[in-house]
Design a protein around this ligand. Structure first.
Ligand SMILES: [Zn+2]
Length: 249
């Protein structure tokens, strides 16, 4: 058993939480019992994940997407009331790490997505250095890259073609980072891979000649929290499990 505050302090320094300007609080978002022995990890603190954590007898839940975001109106009603009620009734801690978990050099979402897909990271780009730039194992067409990613992540991708050049230099940023596309183009990428696409990126791809690929917000952000859960299990002797709640986005 480990005290919740010890885990909170450890993650605060490991993930360099103070370094990031973020859209919500990183760290312990909902306080539960003091002693933590079993940890459930997941992408989002949804009601389905909380229910699964209750069934798994978790003392704490560790997620990438917590409950509190800038722009919320602050009322505890509807889905917020339901999720909070479940956590509080079962005295379960909720730890959430957003940008600090995207960015961590080894355990982060970007590092882990690159590892899973076999990409070699070379440098960072974009706001708060959240984008990663590297090399694909060999030059490849957009269609081949799409089927490779679809096979590995277990979901289909949406892509916008560039000028058709063989893809060698890849830029990536997990989740909803379509706004990083122009920075990825400026950084010299042949293709930018993120979770989601919006309308403008299809035009930028055609006009700038750089391919764009959306591989799923949820699908690209499943790996950081798993690496972090395994790290915590080793560090503190906890038991832990990852629970994947499917999401079409
Ligand atoms: Zn996200």
């Amino acid at each position: 058993m480990t005290h919740r505050n010890e885990i909170d302090r450890h993650l605060l320094s490991l993930l360099e939480v103070a370094r990031f300007k973020d859209y919500g609080p990183n760290g312990l978002q909902v306080e539960g019992r003091e002693a933590i022995g079993h940890l459930v990890c997941g992408v989002t603190a949804s009601a389905a994940l909380i229910d699964a954590a209750i069934a798994a007898k978790a003392d704490a839940i560790l997620v990438h997407h917590g409950l509190f975001w800038r722009g919320q109106d602050g009322r505890v009603t509807g889905w917020m009331k339901q999720r909070l009620a479940k956590l509080l009734a079962h005295d379960i801690n909720l730890f959430a790490y957003h940008l600090p978990l995207d960015a961590h050099a080894e355990l982060g979402n970007n590092a882990q997505l690159g590892r899973v897909l076999g990409w070699t990271a070379e440098s960072r780009f974009g706001e708060q250095d959240l984008g990663w730039l590297g090399l694909l194992p060999e030059p490849i067409s957009l269609d081949d890259l799409a089927s490779q990613i679809a096979r590995t992540l277990g979901r289909s991708t949406v892509q916008a073609a560039g000028d058709g050049r063989p893809l060698r230099r890849v830029a990536w940023c997990t989740g909803g980072a379509q706004g990083y596309f122009e920075a990825a183009i400026a950084a010299g990428a042949d293709v930018f891979v993120t979770g989601e696409i919006s309308e403008p990126q299809a035009h930028y791809a055609a006009e700038m000649g750089v391919a764009f690929m959306a591989a799923g917000h949820h699908a690209t952000e499943r790996y950081g929290v798993q690496a972090l859960g395994q790290h915590l299990a080793q560090q503190f002797g906890l038991s832990q499990q990852f629970i994947d709640i499917a999401n079409p986005a």
